[in-house]
Design a protein around this ligand. Sequence first.
Ligand SMILES: [Zn+2]
Length: 288
Amino acid sequence: MDLEWNGSWSKKAHGYFNEIIEIGATMLDENMQKLSGFHAMIRPVVSKKLTNLVTDLTGIEADELKDGVSFEQAMAQLTKWIGNDETVLLTWSNTDLLVLVENYRYFFHQTHIPWLHSYADAQAYCQSLVECEKGHQLGLSRACEMLDISHDELTAHRAQDDSEMTARVVAKLYDAEKFAAFLQPANQEFYKWLTFKPYVIKDIHDPSVKRGYLSFRCTACHRRLRPKKDWKFFNQHFFAEMQCTGCNKEYTARVQIKQKFDCVAVKRKLTEKVPKPAEPETITQGEN
Ligand SMILES: [Zn+2]
């Protein structure tokens, strides 16, 4: 499945809301053969004006959406199309799924998607199987090129064509055993994981802050450093002036501790303090 959405300010949500304007989906059977496609244009109600970003990216004009269906109607059609068979939802990165959850919450006051039974992030799955530059996200068009999948007749950044491209990439790389590791049942834990926002820990006494995160050793003599004063938090980091218990060398230690869903990420940096040059002695001359 692929979605296009328009970001706008919502009075009701007291914040920014990503309103879905187009849904596209492609259904594959267990042998990765295409069964059918789904497409719906949605008439926006939060903002009828589309941002330039959306129009430039998708080519969708506000006028086209006037004939669209409501989000409620689109979801009813989609649910019918999915049917009662056991299905797995795939999206290219989980952003689309997050937006879908956001729209369900907004329009239906539901935190769970009723037809969703299990999910897999197609991008994460494909990225685990193809050589990709470290730290880079694999784009959908790029994946097609790398895998020699023809997509000339498809328009990128339109929901139905993007879903078709996703289907072709997944079909090409499908391996039942490897894929199984990426399957997530849509249970309570899944929604918790999906909506969890990592945050930087600000309180040094937080139970997630382990002693070891804040302990450093002298780069010269390898003895333990002791903080000269208490750790201070600012600019998303803990800072402390430290001194070696052996050779008295002085340092500044910087630590960032980030709480993620199932782990804590710690970034540490130790900088040696360059001793200030001694102030030149000033001799005050008397008047006389
Ligand atoms: Zn030392």
